[in-house]
Design a binder for this molecule. Sequence first.
Ligand SMILES: *Cc1c(COP(=O)(O)O)cnc(C)c1O
Length: 378
Amino acid sequence: MKKVPLSSPQINSSDIEVVVEVLKSGRLSIGKYTEEFENSIRDFVGAKYAVAVSSGTSALHLILKASGFTEKSLLIVPSFTFVASANVALFEKGSVEFVDIEPDTLNTDSSHLEEVINKNSEKYENIYFMGVDVFGHPLEWDRIEAICNKYGVKIIEDSCEALGSEYKGKKAGSFGIAGAFAFYANKQITTGEGGIIVTNDEDIYKISKSLRNQGRGEGEGWLAHEYVGYNYRIDEMSAALGWSQMKRIDDIIGKRDKVAQRYNYLLSNLEVKTPVVKEYVTKMSWFVYVVQLPESVNRQKRKKIMEYLENNGIQVRNYFEPVHLQKPYRELGWKEGMLPITESVAERTLALPFYTDLIQEDQEYVVEKLKEALEIFA
Ligand SMILES: *Cc1c(COP(=O)(O)O)cnc(C)c1O
């Protein structure tokens, strides 16, 4: 039987060579590739500084920590995201409020954001908004920035899914006080595990660089610590892999766009909603390809559809499950009915196999089997 995985990293012979070179060098951490990788991402995004770390989650955590987020702070974040976007606020014992999404882009609904800010403006020492560029689609930053500036809300960009995407010619990751990217194996480029902070803010840069390395001071000794820090360092094998992948980032983004366009075309006769890309997106860097199944499909029917595809060797996933309905957030009082658009969209989303080297023949097979599944179960 044909097998089509959900995702598959593109690893070429140059990637392998450079990782082997690192292994042979004996310098496995805090070496030249961490810096080279940081420079390549920094220049690509057009930021002043970059700090490579061990994951996207640690990047988001350090941005909060380095910018003064405390137990008296509030983080406003969409629920339709990866759980880490919200969790980092709980790491710091801060508060979390969720914001609903637009049904087409699946990004934060700016009117609801303003409502949530208004309701909470007196209760906290400071308020942050974490803007998530969901599935690679940038937020409508002009509106989001106008609202956040009006109320003095700090913006952090969770651009973990959007490396290379652009809003009106400006790169994802460059909005707000700092942005984060992630490099797990299903992202546009991978380091195995890894992440990075990009920022123009010198303080955030310096503090997060110290915090990733046990709070060590710049140029001071190995055992001199200014902060209670972490070990959030990226290792040299990972950084070298990321550096090597960044050399062909434009090619990777271009290929992924071709794969997405082929799906758009192949799915045009099926009763599914294909992803929307707004006119303000001057470049779309696709992370995953998520369709919305017809209104007639509920959770149970989607499960049947997913099983049918899996039984035919096609790996799919229900991206995302709302964060506010996960156990730790239910324990804080969140429940069904609180974010209607998020909840209704989340019931019907389906991520199809999607990766840089996905071939047309396999996409045709996926669409053929999805068509069959819809005929049987929808
Ligand atoms: C991938 C991702 C992260 C970070 O993931 P890690 O596994 O910690 O690297 C954070 N937010 C979003 C929206 C993501 O997709």
